[in-house]
Design a protein around this ligand. Structure first.
Ligand SMILES: [Zn+2]
Length: 260
């Protein structure tokens, strides 16, 4: 059983898996608490692209990186686009924000990967033996476009490590309880997920269990073990930003993993 634990560092609160099967790989899921942004971005919004005050976001990033023990020049981030592009990065990318990328992978010792979320599923990938780590942003569009396949192919092609060498972990994201979806989502995902497209009828709408669909799809692609936080962002807007629950007017929380 994997435990999920809260860490407080100054004003900042984040969570992590306490005893993950991959061993000692630094990672964390920052909550929305402990920052300086005003509503609807209160308070630890880490995104410059949602309309928040740039000075507040800069202060939030400074606090978040300090609490997480991340150095900006040894961290790689991405401008997410809900696509299927995955890049393998190394020390030369330290400090970069890469455009049009939804997955990052590195085998560089000490390099951290960082992304921002508000409902999409943060997927951590870890190969403790090489070692190497990955961070993938998975919403329904990325899932339909093959982002998980791209990430696993990149591990295999560039690092020579197949899915059986990897551990995966899913952070907080929107759950089946809160994720009503339209026919375009069902049509896009059906061919790729097949029986893993878990739909439930609730209050007259189809609900997609996105985390469970991601977990089952990773298992089907050959990743032997997938652990999950089991936390719905839309159910817990006191701790997490939720694009759906807050009608698009909200911030983004941070997720990181660092190659040991
Ligand atoms: Zn929910």
């Amino acid at each position: 059983m994997t435990r999920w634990e809260a860490i407080r560092n100054g004003s900042i609160l984040f969570y992590r898996f306490a005893d993950p099967p991959w061993g000692e790989i630094p990672h964390g899921f920052l909550t929305r608490r402990g920052g300086v942004s005003a509503p609807p971005f209160a308070s630890l919004n880490l995104s410059h692209s949602v309309g928040d005050d740039p000075a507040a976001v800069a202060e939030n990033l400074r606090r978040a990186f300090a609490a997480a023990g991340l150095r900006p020049e040894e961290t790689v981030t991405a401008w997410l686009v809900h696509g299927n592009r995955v890049l393998v990065v190394d020390a030369r990318h330290g400090g970069a924000a890469l455009k049009g990328v939804d997955g990052l992978i590195t085998a560089e010792r000490g390099l951290a990967l960082f992304m921002r979320f508000a409902d999409c599923i943060p997927v951590l990938l870890a190969d403790p033996d090489l070692p190497a780590v990955g961070l993938v942003h998975v919403g329904w569009r990325g899932l339909a476009a093959g982002i998980l396949e791209s990430a696993l192919e990149a591990f295999e092609r560039h690092l020579g490590r197949g899915p059986s060498a990897l551990h995966a972990a899913l952070g907080p994201g929107i759950g089946g309880c809160c994720y009503a979806v339209g026919p375009e989502v069902i049509e896009a995902l059906g061919p790729r997920l097949g029986p893993a497209l878990l739909l439930r009828r609730r209050n007259g709408a189809w609900h997609l269990d996105l985390p469970e669909a991601v977990r089952l799809h990773l298992r089907r692609l050959g990743v032997p073990a997938v652990i999950t936080a089991g936390i719905c962002t839309a159910c817990h807007t006191g701790l997490w930003f939720s694009h759906r629950a807050e009608h698009g007017r909200t911030g983004r929380f941070g997720v990181w993993i660092r190659n040991p």
